[in-house]
Structures are given as C-alpha cells and as structure tokens.
Design a protein around this ligand. Structure first.
Ligand code: PLP
Length: 445
C-alpha cells in the first residue's frame, strides 16, 4: 500500500500544538497526531493509515467506531447523559450490571461501577479491608494495577510508578510472581512451587494469614511483560485463600472480556475469584470500570462505605451493553481463541528464524514476544524493541511494548480481528525486524 509521507500533506501537527500547555508528565509511545479511527485502522492527520494492534492499550477491543457501539452511544446521549449514580437508577446501568453478572460464574453476581482500572483496584482493596477487618494485602512483583496511591502501592512492574511517592499504603506485601521464562529458566513447576512457598514463608515470618485481607493478582501480567500466571499457581493461591479466609482479587482490567480466548482469564485455571476488577475494553473506549463480587460481600461492605460521582455513567454503560451483545452475537471469544492460536503460531515461526526472540507466550489475543541479546543469558533487549515499534509504525502497524525493560512487544489485536489482518501484521513485523541490525542503538537507530 502506498502511504503518503507527512511532508506530502499539510498535516495538523498536534504534538507541536500540545507542547506549551499539555502536561509533559504523560508518557506516549508515539508522537503521532491522530485524526480518526475506522474499524481496525487509525488515521493520522497526514492521512496515513495504521493497522491498530494496540487499541489504546487493550481498550478498543471492537475496533474504532464500531457501528453497534456508536449507535448505542448516540441513542443514550439523546436520552440521558447523566450521571445518575448517587440520585437513582438509569436503565443501561442496571441492565449492564445484570449482563456482566450473567457472564460471571456463580456466586459472582453484584457489580459496582467506577471510571478507571485504578479506581476498581482502589475499591476492591477497600472492600477487602472493610469486610475482613484485616490490614494485609499480598500482591505480586511485576504487577501493574494503576497509578493512584492504593493502586501504585500494589504495583511493582517498574520503579517509575513508585519512586518519590513513598510512603505508600502500609500493609502491602509484594511476593515473587511465577514468571516462568524470565525468572525460572522456563521451568513452570519450579516457578509454581517457589512462589507458593514464598506465600507460606510470608505467613511464617512476616504477617500471620489471619491478618491478611486479600491476595491481588493479574491472571496475565500486562505492563509487567504479558506473562500468564501458571494455572497451578492460581489454583494454589485459591487453596491458600480458602484455608485462611483471605479474599482472592483478580485484576482482569487488561485480560478480561474475551481477550485471552475465554471470557475471563481466570477461567483458564478453573478457579472462581472472590472479587474481579474490570475496566479498559468494557465500554470500547468510554471510561468505565467494575468491581464484581458475590452480593453478600458488597452487603457487608455496607451502604455508603464507597461511592462515586461519575462511575457507571449511563452513556458508558449503554456502550458496555453493546460491547457485550456484540461479543456474544459474533462469537468473539471463540474468534480470540482461534486468531490468537494463529498469531502465536506465526510468531513462533518467526522465533525459529530469528535468534533475537527469546520467548513467545500468551493466551488468546494477549500475546507477548520477548527480545533478548542472547538466548542463553536472556539479557533483555529493550533498545531493539524501541526501534522495532517505531519501524512497525512507519510501516503502518501499531504494536506496543511492555516488561520492566521494555523488551517485550505486546500484540493486542481487536477481538474481531481477521486472518488477513493477522497476516498483514506479521508481514510488517517480520519486515521491520529484518530491517533492523541486532544492536540498533549502536547503529544510531
Ligand atoms: N490493572 C491493569 C492490569 C492494567 O493494565 C491497568 C492499566 O493499564 C490498570 C489496572 C489501571 O487502569 P487505569 O489506567 O484505567 O487506571
């Protein structure tokens, strides 16, 4: 496809316009000025199109301006924008709570809506402490749960999220996560045993289990490097939680809603958590998050123990209903499983041809490709990934990085991605990788 270069058009340079007044604190993967989105493509102000396998970091899971979602938003905007959270009930809010509950295994049946992933985590932590009367929270190294104080306190995917903000929330204990490839030489059994032993050791040495309110875990670490937790580890945590009356909170903010080829990533382990946090893709771009648990827990949490002004906005909930209906009607969980298998197979083929890829992993359409300088030492190669993301974007494919050393490329295609689009992405990715030297930073790239 012939793509005009920015210099061929009088493109609006939003990066330059942003420079004097928009906060510089927010990190951006690209300095691109976006014009609009259509289906699975984003368009910049120079008219260039990009196949979007980033989706605003796993948000626009049905692509841009999905007709059913857009129609639902238009209809609700013309009726009631809200918010109505504290003054009564609005139909899409009540209906979406029921629709989400219907997708959850028993006994998870009750939904509290917020606006963002971090807010869902904050609420879940508050619920756990209030309901259990216990102070301790156990979370896992490499996890990312958000940027507000409570969420940052349980986050350890990168020191950037914590440095200079201490003291963070007290009572938080961060234990090793079973990152099978990076920390355990590919030995899943050893990873599971070691990390479960660390939980038991914590209880013997640091905090008794009857002072722990909750375990908090991402079933697939997102920011931390697209690392699935081994099912045996999640089952082990569930067992320990049951033994000691500890709540198991699962952060499905990035992995939820069909992304992993199951509606919920925790299903891969055959467990049922006590609390599930959702956000990102649930309204395909409008701000919405949810805390889901059994009713009895939220009854014990207590009336007015928590609240929100904007959470559960009727327009966002109307979009959320359209998202769920579309996922069901179009079989998109199944599509994520099938297309994810094809994507992973193609990336493994690439790994067989390119030594710089140390690992390809993931579930469904949540796929990470880890780059190393040396397969034996597994030394991370973040510089190559930086250059690779930029080269892919130049060639019309948006993918993102993750991992502490930014050395993992994450593929987050829309849930309704097609086989042709997977082929197109792999073609661009392979071409971009081939065009880069092993040490792009040394070559000045
Ligand atoms: N939890 C996970 C697993 C996430 O990936 C994120 C965001 O990337 C969050 C929580 C925080 O979500 P938000 O940025 O909406 O606050």
């Amino acid at each position: 496809m012939e793509r005009p270069s920015p210099s061929q058009t009088a493109a609006l340079d939003l990066a330059a316009l942003a420079q004097p007044h928009l906060s510089p604190v927010l990190g951006r993967y690209f300095e691109v000025s976006w014009s609009h989105g259509e289906g699975h493509r984003l368009y910049d102000t120079a008219g260039r199109s990009y196949l979007d396998f980033a989706n605003g970091i796993a948000v626009t899971a049905l692509g841009h301006r999905h007709p059913k979602v857009t129609a639902a938003i238009h209809a609700q905007v013309d009726r009631l924008i809200g918010p109505t959270a504290a003054i009564g009930y609005a139909e899409p809010v009540v209906r979406l709570a029921a629709a989400i509950a219907a997708e959850m295994p028993a006994p998870l049946d009750t939904v509290f809506f917020g606006n963002s992933g971090a807010e869902a985590i904050e609420g879940a932590l508050k619920l756990a402490r209030r309901v259990s009367g216990r102070p301790g929270i156990v979370a896992f190294q490499g996890g990312f749960h958000g940027r507000t104080f409570g969420a940052a306190s349980v986050t350890s995917s990168n020191i950037l999220y914590r440095r200079g903000y201490e003291p963070l929330l007290p009572g938080v204990h961060l234990l090793p996560f079973p990152a099978v490839y990076r920390d355990f030489g590919g030995d899943e059994e050893r990873a599971v045993e070691t990390c479960l032993a660390a939980v038991r050791r914590l209880f013997e040495t640091t905090i008794p289990p009857d002072a722990v309110a909750a375990f908090l875990i991402e079933p697939v670490q997102g920011e931390g490097g697209y690392v699935p937790a081994p099912p045996a580890f999640l089952r082990g945590l569930r067992r320990i939680a049951d033994e000691h009356g500890i709540l198991l909170i699962v952060d499905e903010v990035q992995s939820g809603y069909g992304r992993t080829g199951r509606m919920w990533a925790f299903e891969h382990a055959g467990i049922v958590p006590d609390v599930v946090c959702l956000a990102k893709s649930i309204a395909n771009g409008l701000p919405l998050s949810a805390i889901v648990s059994r009713r009895e827990l939220q009854e014990r949490w207590g009336k007015s123990a928590h609240g929100t002004t904007f959470g559960g906005n009727p327009v966002a909930c109307a979009a959320g209903l359209a998202v769920l209906e579309t996922i069901k009607a179009e079989g998109l969980v199944e599509n994520a499983a099938a297309m994810g298998a094809e994507l992973q197979a193609a990336l493994r083929g690439l790994m067989a041809r390119d030594e710089r890829i140390g690992d390809v992993r993931g579930l469904g359409l949540m796929v990470g490709v880890e780059f190393v300088r040396d397969r034996r030492t597994r030394e991370p190669d973040g510089a190559l990934v930086d250059a690779l993301l930029a080269r892919c974007a130049d060639e019309g494919l948006l993918v993102l990085s993750c991992g502490r050393d930014h050395n993992v490329v994450r593929f987050i295609p829309p849930l309704d991605v097609t086989r042709d689009e997977i082929g197109e992405a792999i073609g661009i990715f392979e071409g971009a990788l081939r065009s880069l030297p092993s040490h792009p930073e040394a070559a000045g790239i």
